[in-house]
Ligand binder design. Structure first.
Ligand code: SF4
Length: 887
């Protein structure tokens, strides 16, 4: 058995992972106790990494128009098509759309090829959808894209303000670090600013259910309050900043009435929060997508930073604004300039000297003089024919971009599309002319940077399957075929890293924050063994700084931090025709468009179908019951999802998770509903605030299926698939009534049901049930009803793993409930130990009234801890988790 130290490929926390190959070929996963991001912790997604390594669905060979070809053929064609387009229509007729999932070395090569050799800045990334507004806010205030603090600050703070950040589900290890700090120091306070009462509210002393995009008003009001309270740091403002008076005057122009109207909060709520902020020196304000994914995202970031600059609470232990990125290497992409409006090594594309410096360092033939197309504009240019050759790497814009159907059509109609990916069947890959098989996690080698500027190695511990190759290799090979042999003669990722480090220090002299020059001559062995470190890491300096700006020294021309004057102008999106505000986000156990996390039954068991959170008043008015299906629509399309009625949601506000694609549900790609509205500074799309209608969707019959085989529901208007330990489970609904389950069963399961089923038909209720057995095992069970099917999903999926030797035991499956001597576990809460909601509720009846007591009795929450918030909710309300609302 060998253990490899590597890094989790999911979120921006950047946890260290120990991956150990077992004798049977499986890989066991543990948190790295020595990694400073997680000190051994992992969340449910990280802990399940070993279950995502199968080759199911892997792209294994290069393909052109669906036919397997050699690497030479594929690469020659890509180079030829790009060169043809550039020769005929100019360098801006081609584009790269890359991803925060690729490694820094991949990103570096992509950026160098597009900007330094092709001569266009048309390289953008899915990180544009994630944190571009934070980048813009940092650059406006600091003159560079720096996260000033580190994770330790979150433990040392006395007040943590979480803005638009559901840490409990989206950055669970950071949530756990804060929870542990709060347990050790109960006087630590947490304020959650979020329209929804997310699972993170469990940690919060105060929850402010703010209106969407009310954050600028909230933090403008705070700046005025701090000024009136006399707690500003006059010395810091005077010595290290500029523009304070104008920013304060602009903030003070906001009346109390407007403050209340824009935020939807009461003056009492403000006063409680404002006074906490006023009276607490050590404050960290953490923000992520709820701030960034907005048409005023950059202004929100500026409003937050203004408050920290005004109080001098920045760059010191336990203090500062703290942007947490969504993706594992969004920060690495920023460092190499893998965005259309950046250059490389934190240099500016608009700066003539920076352009000359980079071109000189690369010795490259060209350099664009202006920004390229940001993501939304890039796909608009694809749609209107300006871009004729597009290379998409490690991302799925057909699902993740706003106005996703428009983007899908644009890609479909683009003359030449290359997709490098690990997955064969994403909604984007199917539109590629050329498919290039990439390396997956476990096969890749390189570096990533997490949200606290910590660079860690991601290391290979598996052999690449078939023809899969690294992304940087794909691009270097194409570059050479385009005639750029000299600039791309890399032998391995260590040589790319050395060049990246050397560029960071080239003519730097502390004119730029990003400097890892100490590593510019690192040899292959040291690169291989490189321990996680925070930048900067300058040549000749023994100890790196861990924080920035405690004593000014910003990267603006006068080295002063800039206050940004801003005005609150939340966008009123709802109309009479579209009266609901739709918000999106992640759920605990899925990642992005589910290409990896949906491979594991464990993660899929938590929330097995797409859903919409609806306030009880709205549900009652629209006659929507729990577990009904609902349709959300606007002029761009309609999606169908399951209703989840909860007072965690505000009235007239809805929430749908972003994960489901056409691979796992019939009509649940939520981003088809969002318009291409972007922040004017960052170009980041507003993916949290769009107007829709909501109505109950009434099919003729609702259905539930468990089966050994993967079902195919064809054109059925609603279905949602999830993997289980023994096969698959599916929710579905039909418009044309199904009379014969045995025929319908064979239709969706591809004629695999050879034996006659045991059936049960209740004429009075309209319930129909059919169960197929094969060799003493359950092969499939299908349930249909005029109302949402009442069945224990948990029991039925467990049945796929059991033996059914006797007729009596087989009848129990038809009942769709466990027999009287077995507990009905309920929806999955703790996926590590398979503990269900009913088990937790039962334990409360026998005296377990704390999360700790539940952990001691059932083990739930004692491994990764990601479910602790849900356990706390159950303890509080004894409500059944949403996965089994119908059971
Ligand atoms: Fe991975 Fe979870 Fe850590 Fe994020 S918090 S890096 S998903 S283990």
């Amino acid at each position: 058995m060998t253990t490899t130290k590597t890094t989790c490929p999911y979120c921006g926390v950047g946890c260290g992972v120990l991956a150990t190959q077992q004798a049977d070929g499986s890989v066991s996963i543990e948190g790295d106790p020595n990694h400073p991001a997680n000190f051994g912790r992992l969340c449910s997604k990280g802990a399940a990494l070993g279950e995502t390594l199968s080759l199911d669905d892997r792209m294994l060979y290069p393909q052109v128009e669906g036919q397997r070809v050699s690497w030479d053929n594929a690469l020659d064609l890509v180079a030829e098509k790009f060169v043809d387009s550039i020769n005929e229509h100019g360098p801006d007729s081609v584009a790269f759309y890359v991803s925060g999932q690729i490694l820094t070395e991949d990103y570096y090569v992509a950026n160098k090829l597009m900007k330094g050799y092709i001569g266009s800045a048309n390289i953008d990334t899915n990180s544009r959808l994630c944190m571009a507004s934070s980048v813009a806010g940092h650059r406006k205030a600091f003159g560079t894209d720096t996260v000033p603090g580190c994770y330790e600050d979150l433990e040392e703070a006395d007040l943590i303000v979480l803005v638009g950040s559901n840490l409990a589900w989206c950055h669970p290890v950071i949530y756990q670090r804060i929870a542990a700090a709060k347990e050790a120091r109960p006087e630590m306070k947490v304020v959650l600013v979020d329209p929804r009462r997310t699972m993170t509210a469990d940690l919060a002393d105060i929850h402010l259910p703010i209106n969407p995009d009310g954050d600028v008003a909230l933090f403008s009001g705070l700046l005025v309050h701090l000024s009136k309270a006399g707690v500003l740091d006059a010395d810091y403002i005077e010595n290290y900043t500029s523009g304070f008076e104008e920013a304060l005057t602009r903030a003070a122009s906001l009346s109390n009435e407007q403050l209340v109207q824009d935020t939807g909060l009461s003056l009492d709520a403000f006063n409680e929060f404002y006074s906490l902020f006023e009276n607490t020196e050590k404050v960290v304000t953490v923000y992520s997508q709820g701030v960034n994914q907005s048409d005023c995202g950059t202004d929100k970031v500026s409003a937050i930073i203004n408050c920290h600059l005004a109080t001098g609470r920045i760059g010191k232990a336990g203090m500062g604004p703290f942007s947490i990125t969504g993706q594992p290497n969004a920060m690495g992409g920023r460092e190499v300039g893998g965005l259309a409006n950046m250059l490389a090594a934190h240099m500016n594309i608009e700066d003539e000297n920076h352009r000359a410096l980079v071109q000189d360092f690369w010795n490259s033939p060209t350099m664009p003089h202006q920004q390229g197309l940001k993501a939304v504009d890039m796909f608009q240019a694809v749609a209107d024919g300006r871009i004729k050759a597009l290379w998409i790497m490690a991302t799925n814009p057909v699902d993740s971009m706003p106005d996703a159907n428009f983007v899908q059509d644009a890609i479909k109609n683009c003359p030449f599309v290359v997709v490098s990916d690990v997955s064969e069947t994403t909604d984007t890959v199917r539109h590629a002319n050329v498919k290039l098989p990439a390396l997956a996690w476990g096969e890749k080698d390189g570096t990533v940077t997490n949200s606290e500027r910590r660079i860690s190695r991601q290391k290979a511990f598996l052999e690449p399957p078939a023809d899969a190759k690294a992304d940087w290799w794909h691009m270097a090979q194409v570059a050479k075929r385009m005639g750029f042999e000299e600039g791309f003669d890399y032998r391995n990722c260590a040589s790319i890293f050395r060049e990246h480090a050397a560029l960071s220090t080239y003519h730097n002299d502390d004119s730029r924050d990003f400097d890892i020059g100490a590593l510019s001559t690192i040899n292959a062995k040291d690169y291989d063994d490189l321990a996680p470190f925070q930048w900067p890491c300058r040549a000749g300096e023994k100890v790196s700084e861990t924080r920035f700006f405690s004593e000014g020294d910003f990267y603006t021309p006068d080295r002063k931090g800039r206050f940004i004057p801003i005005a609150s102008k939340p966008r009123q999106v709802t109309t009479e025709d579209y009266p609901f505000v739709l918000n999106t986000g992640r759920i605990r156990d899925q990642w992005h468009t589910m290409t990896r996390t949906a491979k594991t039954a464990r993660l899929s068991s938590h929330l097995a179908e797409p859903f919409c959170e609806i306030h009880p008043d709205d549900a009652e008015r629209l006659h929507i019951g729990d577990a009904d299906l609902v349709a959300l629509s606007n002029e761009r399309g309609t999606i169908f999802v399951r209703a989840l009625i909860t007072d965690r949601q505000k009235p007239r506000n809805l929430f749908v998770p972003l994960h489901w694609t056409d691979q796992y549900a019939a009509n649940a790609r939520v981003d088809i509903l969002f318009a291409s509205v972007v922040d004017p500074f960052s170009g980041q799309p507003a993916l949290k605030n769009v107007a829709v209608t909501l109505e109950r969707f009434q099919p003729t019959q609702y259905g539930f299926l468990v089966s050994k085989e993967k079902p195919d529901f064809g054109c059925t208007p609603y279905w949602a698939l999830a993997k289980t330990e023994g096969g698959w489970r599916a929710e579905f609904a039909v418009i044309k009534p199904v009379d014969e389950l045995s025929i319908f069963g064979n239709t969706v399961l591809g004629d695999t049901l050879h034996d006659s089923p045991q059936v049960y038909n209740d004429k009075q209720s309209g319930d129909k049930r059919a169960v197929w057995f094969k060799d003493g095992k359950l092969h499939a069970a299908m349930f249909l009803a005029p109302q949402p099917v009442i069945a224990s999903r948990r029991y039925l999926t467990d049945c796929l793993l059991q033996d059914f030797e006797t007729p009596l035991s087989r009848h129990e499956v038809i009942a769709a409930r466990p027999p009287a001597n077995r507990i009905e576990k309920g929806g999955m809460v703790c996926s590590c130990f398979g503990v269900g909601a009913n088990e937790i509720i039962n334990a409360t009846a026998s005296g377990c009234h704390t999360v700790k007591a539940i952990g001691e009795r059932l083990k739930a929450g004692t491994n990764c801890g990601s479910c602790k918030g849900e356990i706390a909710c159950l303890l509080e309300k004894h409500i059944v988790a949403i996965t089994d609302v119908a059971s």
